[in-house]
Design a protein around this ligand. Structure first.
Ligand code: DAH
Length: 339
């Protein structure tokens, strides 16, 4: 009889369960009405008196360990269940992480930076709130110069000397004031003009300015650099330079690229000519060099400036400049695949 008790005792000790039903089955088998313990207590009555003490002790231990086991297993199962409620099902695949997209202006700005970095241009930045000197006067636009009207300016009401920069050419001046030639830099940034908002123009937009100053810099260097840029940026290898006027460059030019006339959109955006204007450029006027304390006898340089929005609109066929600033998620999500 004692052997039978010992056998059941080791069964209790080794019992493990991961489901509530298994624990219940175990409880019924040992502690239920027709369970092992009831059988053993019945047998106890028929046992020889001299064995009663030892046998009684063994079945009491068995009973206690069986009921302790049930309590313990139930408690630990409940624990894991509540843990699951706290942390969720830890075996489930993870939630997808929502990845945003770069703004098309950022994408195009980075592309331009990349193209010029490869040929040794550094990046420079300047303040958006500028003074008259850096935005106009030093760039060969003295007070009352008619060309000041080309760029409708936002002035700070209390101080006509302080304004929101109308172009990133102001960074040229700042860079020349604090660096010595050779200078090779591009300056991306936000600019402001008091213009009506339409599909083609906005009062806040972005530009990239380029500046190269060294001994013997020629117009041919400028042309080659621009050709390299248009090839890299648009994959187009035909450009033309049309004579133009900017106060800070002499001679000045506007750069057109040959876009082609393959699709209806090409006809539309090039107005049937196949040519598209993408930037202004020229040889830095000696007056500008002098204003920034650079020896204009020794050094020459070229500069150029382009609008980032315009280039982004061409690259991604965006029909309306206002789309850049509306933050419509359906528009922005389309740039997810572009890095
Ligand atoms: N600053 C001019 C603008 O905002 C763009 C520009 C034209 C910049 C010619 C230049 C340049 O550096 O040489 O329209």
């Amino acid at each position: 009889m004692l052997e039978k008790v010992a056998e059941l005792q080791s069964e209790v000790d080794n019992f493990k369960a991961s489901k509530i039903e298994e624990i219940e089955q175990f409880r019924i088998a040992f502690l239920g009405k027709k369970g092992h313990l009831n059988d053993l207590f019945s047998a106890f009555k028929t046992i020889a008196p001299d064995q009663k003490k030892e046998f009684g002790k063994a079945i009491n231990i068995l009973k206690k360990s069986a009921s302790d086991k049930v309590t313990l297993l139930k408690a630990s199962l409940e624990d894991t269940l509540t843990q699951k409620n706290v942390y969720g099902d830890l075996t489930k695949p993870a939630e997808p992480i929502l990845i945003g997209a770069n703004h098309p202006i950022t994408i195009v700005k980075n592309k331009i930076i990349d193209v010029f970095n490869r040929i040794g241009f550094s990046i420079s930045e300047g303040p958006e709130i500028e003074d008259d000197w850096h935005n106009f006067t030093a760039l060969n636009l003295p007070e009352h110069h008619p060309a000041r009207d080309m760029q409708d300016t936002f002035f700070i009401a209390t101080n006509p000397n302080i304004l929101l920069r109308t172009h990133t050419s102001s960074v040229q001046v700042r860079h020349m004031e604090t660096n010595t030639p050779p200078i090779r830099t591009i300056s991306p940034g936000r600019v402001f003009r008091n213009e009506d908002i339409s599909a083609r123009s906005h009062c806040i937009f972005h530009q990239v300015e380029g500046l190269y100053i060294d001994t013997d810099v020629s117009f041919a260097d400028l042309k080659q650099t621009l050709l390299y840029f248009t090839k890299e940026m648009f994959g187009k290898s035909k450009i033309r330079l049309r004579p133009s006027y900017f106060p800070f460059t002499e001679p000045s030019a506007e750069v057109d690229i040959y876009w082609g006339l393959e699709t209806e959109t090409d006809y539309k955006i090039t107005k049937g000519t196949g040519w598209l204007e993408i930037m202004g450029c020229g040889m830095v006027d000696p007056n500008v060099l002098k204003n920034a304390n650079i020896d204009s006898e020794k050094y020459t340089g070229y500069a150029f400036g382009m609008g980032i929005e315009r280039i982004a609109m061409l690259l991604y066929q965006i029909p309306d400049i206002r789309m850049f600033y509306e933050n419509d998620i359906r528009f922005l999500n389309q740039f997810k695949a572009v890095l």
